[in-house]
Design a protein around this ligand. Structure first.
Ligand SMILES: [Zn+2]
Length: 337
């Protein structure tokens, strides 16, 4: 087996390893495609620090190569999406069967070694069989859709309500489509014109750029003065929190989505004055099956987010040449031969 090892920021080395034996309840997966997104690139450059050596890669699809014992759920050659979240099974939440709330969650490619390798042994509970109709390129976005579904679950979505989405990256486009699917009205706010254009192309009618529009008065007009009761701010976005508070109604819920290292200053005075309720959602655990269904039915369209395909062996050259802005709208697909 082979894996790309990040030995220090911007230094990737392709290494070969002896094949491993799978243990009980494990499945050996031959990884076929890995998605390369902004967060992976930030780990590669060292903007987001890790303990080295480290293997990047959080989103991947593959085929079952070997099954331990007689597993009734999976057969050799089944195509699967890999869920990167490994609950600890020891904390109170896990013991309560609330695995998605695990207080000690490991995530492949984030706080433990990831998927940029050709074979991996995983517990079968992390694998989700893919329908034949769902191509690998789209299935790589299952984790994004699952994450946005958990954001939707945390919000109080009502038919016809306006939901403000502050996003500097493509995940916001997936959330906006889901908000519309659940019959609320997405108001997509981004300082990146290419994202706003893509949003409009996807039928997200209210797409605003705070650098060129007075977002507060626009939303005042759009909502007939009611402002937004539900807001989502992606934590890897570049926004002035003042813009976020200014479009929030009194008693609004603000969801901080993601786990970016970026810090923003929250105003205690604003939170108190408007009785704002602020909470975080950071993973898609528990929502993979629904996410697969939403992608295979084209309810969520990710065509515009699929970037160029790169062969696995060329990953080091490709990353050395990558401009982070390239990954804001489109993720690259790393194909393992
Ligand atoms: Zn746990």
């Amino acid at each position: 087996m082979k894996a790309w090892i990040l030995e220090e920021p911007k230094k990737l080395v392709l290494k070969n390893f002896a094949p491993t034996e799978i243990s009980e309840n494990q499945i050996k997966v031959k990884i076929e495609e890995v998605l390369l997104s902004n967060s992976d690139f930030e780990i590669y450059t060292g903007t987001s620090k890790r303990k080295y050596p480290f293997i990047i890669g959080r989103n991947a699809v593959g085929v079952v190569s070997k099954v331990a014992g007689s597993n009734p759920f999976f057969n050799k050659m089944d195509r699967v999406a890999i869920e990167p979240y490994i609950p600890c099974e020891a904390c109170d939440e896990c013991k309560n069967d609330e695995y998605e709330k695990c207080s000690n969650m490991q995530e492949l490619g984030n706080n433990c070694n990831g998927l940029m390798q050709n074979f991996i042994d995983l517990p079968y509970s992390l694998l989700h069989r893919l329908p034949e109709k769902l191509k690998n390129e789209k299935a790589l976005f299952v984790p994004y859709v699952a994450f946005c579904l958990n954001v939707i679950d945390a919000l109080n979505l009502e038919k016809g309500r306006h939901i403000a989405i502050f996003a500097s990256t493509k995940t916001g486009l997936i959330l906006a489509q889901l908000v519309a699917y659940y019959q609320a009205v997405p108001v997509f706010i981004s300082n990146r014109e290419e994202l706003l254009d893509t949003a409009r192309g996807l039928g997200i009618f209210y797409s605003l750029n705070p650098d060129s529009t007075d977002v507060e008065s626009e939303i005042l007009a759009i909502t007939g003065g009611r402002m937004c009761n539900e807001l989502v701010l992606f934590s890897n976005s570049d926004f002035n929190m003042k813009d976020v508070y200014s479009v929030a109604a009194v008693n609004a819920n603000i969801c901080l989505a993601g786990y970016s290292n970026k810090e923003s200053k929250l105003s205690v005075a604003q939170i108190c004055k408007k009785h704002l309720n602020i909470f975080g959602v950071y993973n898609g655990a528990g929502s993979y099956s629904s996410a697969i269904n939403l992608l295979v039915t084209d309810t969520v369209n990710v065509d515009s987010l699929i970037g160029k395909t790169v062969m696995f062996d060329k990953l080091d050259e490709e990353l050395a040449d990558t401009d982070p802005n390239d990954l804001v709208l489109k993720s690259k697909i790393i194909k393992i031969n």
